[in-house]
Write a protein that binds this ligand. Structure first.
Ligand SMILES: Nc1ncnc2c1ncn2[C@@H]1O[C@H](COP(=O)(O)OP(=O)(O)OP(=O)(O)O)[C@@H](O)[C@H]1O
Ligand SMILES: [Mg+2]
Length: 246
């Protein structure tokens, strides 16, 4: 079930963002196909978060445009695009209420919202915490909750900004399992990470950013075995221990 299908493929054409005259995004050209998991890699400050914010409509580009769906329509992003931030927002209420919250804008009646939210908590292994205060959950548990809240609404495109940045290996593995399941349910995923091992485990393709530009957009295997740009080669070498796990 998707609330809007006129989203993918998505094409970014000549997109720039220059707050105060400095090019944070510099003439991006990018195409996202209809399915899969795309990992966004790049050094700190290379523009990864800004790319997600631009797709989501949280920043107004200085130039260029985003074209949505097979017809390539312009304009604002659709309701089926959702972004999750590194530190998810938790309302001061229970775990169950926080998950059910995502269904409210869709006009789902309250008892049905709670029923579906409970089923989702079972799926992500937080059912026994349903009545606890969401703000008391650990960072990893809050990430799972945020993913569940998004998943419940059936987004067509889900943008994840470093969802495992501060998680331990087992919490990271759990988030990766959930991301895979969301993808299997038909949601297109674009995910920022600094974890190169994660890119090889999860990604179908890689967008590598440097200095506000898309330096490479290639299948994940090819990115690690035959990076095309000098920037990507240096970036991968800097992360050699992860690379060797590939
Ligand atoms: N509103 C703004 N005004 C000016 N510069 C900004 C603004 N927002 C972000 N920037 C700059 O844009 C650049 C890219 O930021 P962005 O947050 O996209 O980096 P990133 O690739 O996500 O880095 P990280 O890996 O550290 O999260 C940074 O140099 C940042 O300082
Ligand atoms: Mg960032």
């Amino acid at each position: 079930m998707h609330i809007d299908d006129a989203i993918l493929p998505l094409r970014i054409r000549g997109l720039s963002y220059r707050p105060n005259g400095r090019a944070v995004l510099a003439g991006l050209e990018l195409e996202l196909g209809i399915e899969g998991i795309t990992l966004v890699l790049g050094a700190n400050g290379s523009g990864k978060t800004m790319l997600l914010r631009a797709i989501c409509g949280l920043i107004e580009p200085s130039a260029g445009r985003i074209e949505w769906g097979p017809a390539g329509e312009g304009g604002r992003p659709r309701a089926g695009v959702m972004m999750l931030f590194q530190h998810p927002m938790m309302l001061r209420s229970s775990v169950l209420d926080n998950v059910a919250l995502g269904l409210r804008p869709l006009g789902v009646p309250a008892p049905e919202r709670r029923r579906r939210a409970m089923a989702m908590l079972e799926r992500i292994g937080l059912a026994d915490r349903a009545g606890d205060s969401a703000r008391q959950l650990s960072g990893g548990e809050q990430q799972r909750l945020a993913l569940a809240r998004a998943w419940l609404t059936g987004p067509r495109l889900l943008l994840l900004d470093e969802p495992t940045a501060s998680l331990d290996p087992s919490a990271t593995a759990e988030v990766e399992r959930i991301v895979r399941e969301i993808r299997t349910d038909g949601t297109r995923i674009v995910m920022v990470t600094h974890n190169l091992g994660q890119a090889t485990r999860l990604g179908d393709d890689v967008i590598f950013m440097a200095a506000g530009r898309v330096c490479e957009h290639t299948p994940v295997q090819r990115f690690f075995s035959r990076p095309q740009s000098e920037e990507a080669r240096l970036f991968i070498q800097g992360e050699l221990p992860w690379h060797m796990r590939f």
